[in-house]
Design a protein around this ligand. Structure first.
Ligand code: PLP
Length: 419
């Protein structure tokens, strides 16, 4: 028998898509068989012949999360632009985003005409509250807090600063469906929040997103942002038309995706029970670390539990650990080097760092209503780059077992003792 710590094959797979089975197939087949003549979320006969898949899904989303309003959309990026529009954020405004997030968080800000400002992360791998406060200017209108890899970021600390400066707080929970903070689903105490249900996420509909808010006025504006024909559709959505309808984007969710996501939503708790259990087993199998510290998790109870990040004491140690772990059969480079160039790290967001605009007029940075002077550079957030180069991450999935995670812990313990 091999003396490597990893003896059992490591199953691969994204969470939601790995949980797919006949139930999703049936949901789509039934939709096509029964509804092929009206596979559209808004219906002339709404209320008479029953609700659309999107209507059913949104009802289930509200019931599950406790949110007052939910709108199913074509993407998570679209959900973020609805969240921003819902608070009238646009040209002239700055929005602070973390240096470690999918580029879409910053792109949604640009999409509504506002300017993204990039703040450092800390050992939570979420936004650093101190740097957030430093980045506030007279033009700042909002902050987007991102929960990467299902781990809740420092919600209370960020909220206290946002309140102090009268800023709108939006949470990007695209990677954190099902994550909680102090007992509530992440986002619930913020002005608006977003999920993505693209292929890589906790649950998936292939592509998709959800815009959530507890504010009735904001919801109306978010709905108008999502569909330029909104004022002309008959809908079950609580639209009072008090907000003057405006014509904007085309972000409607599809009935096929909604049918799939209804099934996936039913599976969410089962998926997270498994990943949370595996993470607990892994953590309890670790010896006291010498060369690393674990990622700081502000609310471990609310963590989705599918990622465990070891932050080495310095970059050389991270490199050494990574090499030794590979010899044990566990291939994990630093987060910085994973899938290089990683679209989740600001220094690779070339279109933003270089202020590349879709128009010769240089929108949104040269928009006449923008009076700020944000500057970007690849080395503007050195702490973020340092932390990500020291961060080694194990990602769990629903096909893994206790045996897998105990072997992961064996590998980490063995390597940590060797250095
Ligand atoms: C996936 C993701 C998005 C965007 O979602 P899409 O559905 O791909 O548009 C936004 N923010 C974060 C943090 C994400 O991981």
């Amino acid at each position: 028998m091999s003396d490597k710590a990893i003896k059992t094959p490591i199953p691969a797979g994204a969470l939601g898509s790995s949980a797919m089975d006949e139930r999703e197939v049936e949901a789509v087949a039934n939709l096509i068989k029964q509804e092929h003549e009206r596979m559209f979320r808004y219906r002339e006969d709404a209320g008479e012949k029953g609700m659309s898949q999107c209507d059913y899904l949104e009802t289930a989303l509200r019931e599950k999360t406790g949110a007052s309003y939910a709108l199913f959309l074509a993407s998570g990026t679209g959900a973020l632009s609805c969240a921003l529009s819902s608070y009238e954020i646009g040209p002239g405004d700055e929005v602070i985003v973390p240096a470690y997030t999918y580029i879409a968080t910053a792109a949604a800000v640009i999409d509504v005409g506002a300017v993204p400002v990039i703040a450092e992360i800390d050992d939570s791998l979420g936004m650093d509250p101190a740097d957030f406060e430093r980045k506030i200017t007279p033009h700042t209108k909002a902050v987007i807090l991102v929960h990467m890899q299902g781990v809740p970021a420092r919600v209370d600390a960020i909220r206290a600063i946002a309140k102090k400066h009268n800023l709108i707080m939006i949470e990007d929970a695209c990677q954190a469906i099902g994550a909680k903070y102090k007992g509530k689903y992440v986002g619930m105490d913020s002005d608006a929040w977003a999920w993505s249900t693209n292929f890589f996420k906790v649950i998936t509909s292939g592509e998709g997103g959800v815009f959530f808010t507890n504010n009735a006025d904001a919801f109306q504006r978010g709905v108008y942002q999502s569909d330029s024909g909104m004022a002309m559709w008959k809908t079950e959505l609580p639209i009072t038309k008090e907000t003057k309808p405006f014509a904007r984007a085309g972000l409607r969710g599809s009935e096929v995706s909604a049918a799939i996501l209804r099934v996936q939503l039913d599976k969410l708790d089962g998926i997270l029970d498994h990943t949370r259990h595996l993470k607990k087993v892994l953590l309890s199998s670790l010896n006291t670390p010498k060369n690393y510290q674990l990622q700081y998790v502000d609310d471990p109870e609310g963590d989705c539990g599918f990622s465990i990040t070891f932050i080495a004491k310095d970059q050389a140690t991270a490199k050494k650990m990574s090499e030794l772990l590979a010899e044990e059969g566990l291939n994990i480079g630093s987060v910085y080097n994973a899938g290089f160039p990683d679209r989740h790290i600001y220094s690779h967001w070339d279109p933003i760092i270089n202020k590349v605009s879709a128009t010769p007029a240089g929108y949104p940075w040269k928009d006449p209503s923008y009076k700020g002077n944000v500057e970007y550079s690849v080395d503007m957030c050195p702490n973020t780059l340092d932390i990500l180069q020291r961060a080694l991450r194990i990602t769990l999935n629903i096909r893994m077992t206790e045996t897998n995670v105990k072997e992961f812990a064996d590998a980490i313990n063995k390597v940590d003792a060797m250095i």
